[in-house]
Design a protein around this ligand. Structure first.
Ligand code: HEM
Length: 500
């Protein structure tokens, strides 16, 4: 008995000493650190509060007092950067030391993880260079007519649904998600998803399950991203990072589409076509430039990153405009006057003339950014400018986007929805990294133009024909989903719509 007690207490003491040592990492480097749970670091709070709220505590306590603050995910040190000049260095000036978003997690059986968002430096860079031409203004213009077609389907589906609602109350987030699902399906893979006609189609079901996953808790996903090595060696009892259904769906979508296009020699100006071209460019050994699995990973990320970010942006935008009718009237007046100038037709050029609409979209992203924080990982030691602190190779970094967007020193009265903050004169007065809705630097959002274009078209379609107001079902504030890394509404977004 005494023997076992001795063993147990020795192990326990050793474990506590180890944890105590690990949790001194930042203090020993002269970096202030957040208070946390002895065993889980700050992770114990992730399910009760979202990561964005964790970052808020760090920002509120240390902003103005320190350039960065330390915290831990389990025992892994994470630096939260608070200073905009240091952020600029990490994202842009010294980007070569921060090319990675996360630590490597080279798990071979996870096809989906080999996507542009997740790939590390040496694999990421050539792929990014190859994919960038997919998103030029010329390509956007080319895809525009497809968006208009889907916008027509949105209008039809919306008016049918509204006719069934006696008081005009309508759930918008689902509509917006179906619109962007169909747009991405068309423009990226040449597939008619038809989720606006039938909300239960596979595309929509799969899309929904990416952002509202049931198979893995946010803690486990955070653990997977933080400890890639453990997962690599243990393969974590074969727990897949994304559901097999998603993986199988994307793989068979790509396989079938590639076969069809090759058999029928079909050429389309879409994203899949670019990937097929890359696949057909053989390397020195004659191997295809890209495997079907690698193609599937890119298809997955374009679908995943492309639809919920934009649909949330539209839902939040309409919600804010319902709360701020003067903004809604101003943007509608702009839309109608530009359309009148273009004989009632929504052309690409007409859309680009709607500058206030653009400010509304940016202000919505300021208040409701898709990512609460940008992630980077140091691939070399980095001396933080203006300090004696060195961020060691391998350190995970969080850039607290949402906190910066709500900093009253940068945006006065930050809870107020005021798109005029983003007119060119006002925007120019701020630090260039004061708005990070699409990230920044070489690893910013590759789909920025496409995302903005589909949000503009969706909002124009809604606002030119309907007036939105709050209904009894609309909450004062929209809660965010605590189980999703992306900031998406936790539940439905109900508004009252009135046909104009
Ligand atoms: C309103 C819509 C969108 C928002 C708010 C948004 C936001 C973001 C943000 C914040 C990042 C991280 C940037 C960084 O770390 O610096 C990102 C990355 C990315 N986004 Fe978007 N996004 C949107 C639409 C899209 C669309 C439509 C696509 C594709 C069709 C897309 C594809 C990607 C990809 C592939 C990355 C990773 C880029 C890389 O690592 O090279 N996004 N996005």
């Amino acid at each position: 008995m005494d023997f076992y007690f001795l063993i147990f207490s020795t192990i326990f003491t050793l474990l506590l000493s180890y944890l105590r040592y690990k949790y001194q990492y930042w203090e020993l480097r002269g970096v202030p650190q957040l208070k946390m749970n002895f065993l889980l670091g700050n992770l114990s709070r992730l399910r009760t509060i979202h990561k964005s709220e964790l970052l808020r505590d760090a920002y509120r306590e240390f902003h103005g007092k320190a350039k960065l603050v330390g915290t831990y995910i389990f025992t892994k040190p994470v630096a939260i950067v608070l200073d905009l000049d240091v952020i600029k260095a990490i994202l842009i000036k010294d980007f070569n030391k921060f090319t990675d978003r996360f630590q490597h997690r080279a798990s071979d059986n996870n096809v989906i993880a080999h996507n542009l968002f997740r790939l590390h430096g040496e694999k990421w860079r050539p792929l990014r260079t190859k994919l960038t031409p997919t998103f030029t203004s010329a390509k956007m213009k080319f895809m525009f007519p497809t968006l208009i077609t889907v916008a027509g389907q949105l209008e039809t589906a919306f008016s049918t649904q509204l006719a069934k609602s006696p008081n005009g109350d309508i759930e918008l987030h689902d509509f917006m998600g179906r619109f962007t699902t169909d747009v991405i399906g068309h423009c990226a893979f040449g597939v008619e998803c038809n989720s606006l006609k039938d909300p239960n189609v596979a595309f929509r079901r799969i899309g929904h399950s990416i952002f509202y996953p049931r198979y893995l808790s946010i803690r486990l996903r955070t653990f997977m991203l933080t400890y890639p090595v453990i997962f690599k060696f243990l393969n974590f009892f074969n727990i897949p990072e994304s559901s097999t259904e998603i993986k199988d769906f994307v793989l068979s979508l790509v396989r079938d589409a590639v076969r069809l296009r090759e058999e029928q020699n079909l050429q389309r100006n879409d994203f899949l076509n670019m990937l097929i071209e890359m696949r057909n460019t053989k390397d020195a050994q004659g191997a295809p430039g890209m495997s079907i699995e690698e193609m599937a990973a890119q298809v997955f990320i374009f679908f995943a990153a492309g639809f919920e970010t934009s649909s949330s942006n539209m839902s939040y935008g309409l919600f804010e405009m319902a709360k701020n009718p003067h903004v809604q009237e101003k943007v509608r007046a702009e839309i109608l006057s530009v359309l009148e100038k273009h004989n009632g037709e929504l052309t690409y050029e007409a859309m680009m003339e709607m500058t206030y609409l653009d400010q509304v979209i940016t202000e919505t992203l300021r208040k409701h950014p898709a990512l609460a924080a940008l992630n980077r990982c140091a691939i070399e030691d980095f001396k933080v400018p203006g300090t004696d602190i060195t961020l060691e190779k391998g350190t995970n970094i969080y850039i607290p986007v949402k906190e910066i967007h709500y900093d009253p020193d940068i945006y006065d009265n930050p809870s107020e929805f005021r798109p005029e903050r983003f007119n060119p004169e006002e925007a120019q007065k701020r630090h260039p990294q004061a708005f990070l809705g699409f990230g920044d630097g070489p690893r910013n959002c590759i789909g920025l133009r496409f995302g903005r274009m589909q949000v503009r078209v969706g909002l124009i379609t809604m606002l030119k024909s309907y007036r939105f107001s709050l209904s009894e079902k609309t909450p004062t504030e929209l809660e965010i989903s605590r189980n999703s890394i992306v900031l998406v509404p936790r539940s439905s977004v109900w508004l009252r719509a009135e046909k104009l």
